[in-house]
Structure formats: C-alpha cells, structure tokens
Design a protein around this ligand. Structure first.
Ligand code: RFL
Ligand code: PHB
Length: 394
C-alpha cells in the first residue's frame, strides 16, 4: 500500500474539490485530491453556464478572475416569456446584482491551471475510493491509483466533493443522516450549437408544448434546452425536430424575433431532481457541492451552491487545522444548509412555474404567477434576488 500524508483529503476534482484545494493552499493548508475520472473527462463535461454575483466575487478574490473578466459576459437579467409576451427582468435595477455567462468548463480550466501552477497533487483515474475512521482525528481515504497501486491518503479531515454518485454521502451512518428527494416527471434535452445566440440575455419560456430555454456560452456558441418526457430517447430527436420545437416554444416570428439554427455539436437528456442530505458534516467528514445536494438546473444554482459551500468550508478548515479553533467547522453544516434550502426552494419554484405538467388548473396558476413575477416589482425582485444570488454567508 502506498502511503500519502496530508492535512485535507479531498474526494472529487470537480469545481467544489478543486476550488477548496485552491482556497486552502492560499492559507497554507495542504490537500490531496482524488478523482475517479480522467482530467480530460472532468474538463470537458458540458454543465453549468451561469455564475451569480457572489460566485464571481469569490473567484476574483481567489485570483481566479482574470479570464472570467476578459471572456465572461456580464448579463443584467433574463427574459421571462409565455406565448405572445416576453418581459425583461433587470436584476441590476431590481437588486444591484448581476450574473455572468461563463461555462463550468472554463471555471474548471482556470482551477486546473491554478492548481497545476501551485504543484497540487491530483490523483486522476482512481478506482475503489473508500473512506475510513471518519469519527476519529485521523481519517483516511483509500483507492487504487490509475497505475494499479493500492494507496492510502491519511489526513486530519476528509471532504466529500464527489458529486451526486460518489461514496462520501453514504459514508455518513444511516442513523445520523436524513435525506429529502423529489424527482420531476420530465427531463431536459440540451444542445450545444455552433451558432451566434439569437438573444442578448437568457430566455426562459413557458409554452403549452413544454418549457424551452435559450442560453449561450459565447458570441459564437449557443446552449438551448427543451422540456421532454422523462423516458425520452435522444435518437427520437433529430436536429431538425429539436430546432423546430425550439422555434415554436421560443416564439420564432413573434414581434420580429427569430431563432437562428446552426450545427449541433452536443446533445443529451438530463433527468431533473431535487435532493438534500443532512448533516453536511459528520465527525471529520465534510460534504460540499452536489455530494450533499442536487437542484434541477432551472434556477442555475448547482455550481453556485458548490462555490458557496466551499466559500464557507475553506475558512472553517483553516481555523480548525491552523488555529485549533473548531467554531466555524461546527457551524458549517447549519450555515451551508440555510442557503441550500433557499436555493432548493428557488430551483423547485422556477421549475414548477415553467414546466407544463399536463394539468389545466396548474397551467392557469403558472400563467398567473408568471404575469405577476414579470409585471409586479415585488414579484420581479423576489426572482431577481434569488437568481442573482444571496451574499455568501446568507
Ligand atoms: P461534480 O462537478 O459532479 O464533481 C464531482 C467529482 O467527483 C468525482 N467522483 C469521484 N472521485 C473519486 N472517487 C469516486 N468514487 C468518485 N465519484 C465521483 C466525479 O467524477 C466528479 O469529477 O460536483 P461539484 O464539484 O459539487 O460541482 C457541482 C456542479 O458540477 C453542478 O452542481 C452543476 O453543474 C449543476 N448545473 C448548473 N449549476 C449552476 O450553478 N448553473 C447552471 O447554469 C447549471 N446548469 C448544471 C447545469 C448541471 C447540468 N447537468 C448535466 C447535471 C446544466 C446541466 C445540464
Ligand atoms: C446553461 O447555460 O447551461 C444554463 C443556464 C441557465 C440555467 C440552466 C443552464 O438555468
């Protein structure tokens, strides 16, 4: 067995794990990161596209904001629409806060580059990750390295940043953990296309055929989504069928607006669910990001919640390990969960307001709610405050 010793063993090299490693290193705390996939695979997963103000503030304060400032696209708000009506919600006017279009792939690249420049040890391509002795002061993580060597990382703290399918969350004993889950009866079919966006800011569209969204990654790359039934086979959706459904649902031809189609470079179907596990700390194990909670993507909160968790956890671990002060570590789970539940509610609310359920009564309530949100300053401010993000530490 190869033995490695560090202060913090981090499972998962996604945004939560890599950002945590970066923030800890800046305060003189060492970590080792263990990742099941290859570096290329983690770096190329097409996922989140929107960063809220507090995530951008944190990335900037951690010296990760240079490329974001040059290549990120600051948006004042979003469009909310239903047939025949499109309304712009200006988050800056409503709350003084804005959002940025900057893909998770780009955040991941910046994190990988920063950690590599610092000489960070990341074990990619590991298998059989297991957590041990979490209730003691010397927990450890074992795995088989990419080259086949059984390895043990002994640490003072283990952090599970291993997303929705990793082993960390189930290492909390059954008697201690509690979880909540809601599975939605629809999925998103997402495409990435090599075509300039047909809109300057994101469009969230309610339509009797189902929800549609127009997002983007850059001046030349568009990202679009369609609500589809839960068990959709991607092979049933040709590119033409996708563009035609998007045109209908997004209102092509209304008020002189049109949707420009283009070559599709990626397409996939994503199931939608909400999940929360508590507590986010057990003994010397801490959970952060998707390892502890999952939201449907409608509110653009998943990546931002992962960043917010790590923004709370890093100073807590620095105090614990460098100053022997456990106050922030003891407060971490409750503090993180306040924001988690707020974002869980917001993501559920956006999802259920915008996705058709086939129920005529629901449909009338959705339209009434959309009209109120789009036309009342109080309604619009509620959406804006949640979407543009509450301050870190909320
Ligand atoms: P990740 O990114 O899933 O990383 C977890 C890492 O852990 C590794 N792992 C293991 N490593 C070692 N041993 C094991 N046994 C392991 N098991 C797993 C995994 O390989 C992986 O690399 O979790 P993290 O870091 O918590 O980050 C969370 C975000 O990735 C996620 O919340 C967002 O992508 C969600 N999301 C969005 N969030 C937003 O804030 N704004 C958005 O606009 C947004 N859009 C989206 C999204 C997610 C999407 N999908 C595909 C789920 C759009 C989509 C389509
Ligand atoms: C995206 O660009 O992928 C995206 C944007 C906003 C969302 C979800 C996904 O709410």
């Amino acid at each position: 067995m190869d033995d490695v010793r560090t202060q913090v063993a981090i499972i998962g090299a996604g945004p939560a794990g890599m950002l945590l490693s970066h923030l800890l290193a800046a305060e003189g705390v060492e970590s080792v990161v263990v990742e099941a996939r290859t570096e290329e695979y983690v770096g190329s997963r097409i996922r989140a596209g929107i960063l809220e103000q507090s995530s951008v503030d944190l990335l900037r304060s951690a010296d990760l904001g240079d490329r974001l400032a040059r290549e990120g696209d600051q948006h004042r708000g979003i469009y909310l629409q239903w047939p025949e009506e499109r309304h712009h919600l200006d988050f800056v006017d409503l709350t003084g806060r804005s959002v940025w279009v900057y893909g998770q792939t780009e955040v991941q690249k910046d994190l990988v580059a920063a950690r590599a420049a610092d000489g960070q040890e990341v074990h990619y391509g590991v298998s059989d990750t297991a957590l041990h002795d979490l209730e003691s002061d010397s927990p450890s993580v074992t795995f088989v390295s990419a080259s086949g060597s059984p390895t043990r990382v002994s640490a003072s703290v283990v952090v599970g940043c291993d997303g929705s399918f990793g082993p960390s969350r189930s290492s909390v004993p059954d008697a201690v953990r509690q979880s909540w889950e809601k599975v939605y009866p629809y999925s998103w079919l997402g495409i990435l296309a090599d075509v300039a966006p047909s809109t300057d800011e994101l469009i969230y569209a309610w339509h009797p055929d189902g929800f549609a969204m127009h997002s983007m990654r850059s001046a030349t790359v568009s990202r679009l989504y369609l609500q589809v039934p839960h068990d959709t086979d991607i092979d049933d959706w040709s590119d033409d069928r996708i563009w035609s459904a998007l045109a209908t649902r997004l209102g092509d031809g209304q008020d002189g607006w049109s949707l420009t189609p283009g070559p599709v470079t990626e397409k996939s179907v994503l199931p939608m669910r909400s999940f929360v596990q508590t507590p986010m700390r057990h003994g010397r194990l801490f959970l952060a990001g998707d390892a502890a909670h999952i939201v449907p993507p409608t509110g653009a909160k998943g990546l931002n919640l992962a960043v917010a968790d790590v923004g709370l956890l890093a100073p807590a671990l620095v105090d614990l390990l460098r100053r022997d002060d456990a106050r922030l570590a003891d407060a971490y789970s409750d503090a993180a969960l306040r924001r988690v539940w707020r974002c869980t509610h917001f993501s559920w609310w956006m999802t259920t307001m915008l996705h058709t359920s086939g129920d005529d009564f629901d449909q009338q309530l959705q339209l009434s709610q959309l009209r109120w949100v789009a036309t009342s300053e109080a309604g619009a401010t509620g959406l804006a405050e949640n979407y543009a993000g509450l301050p870190i530490g909320f």
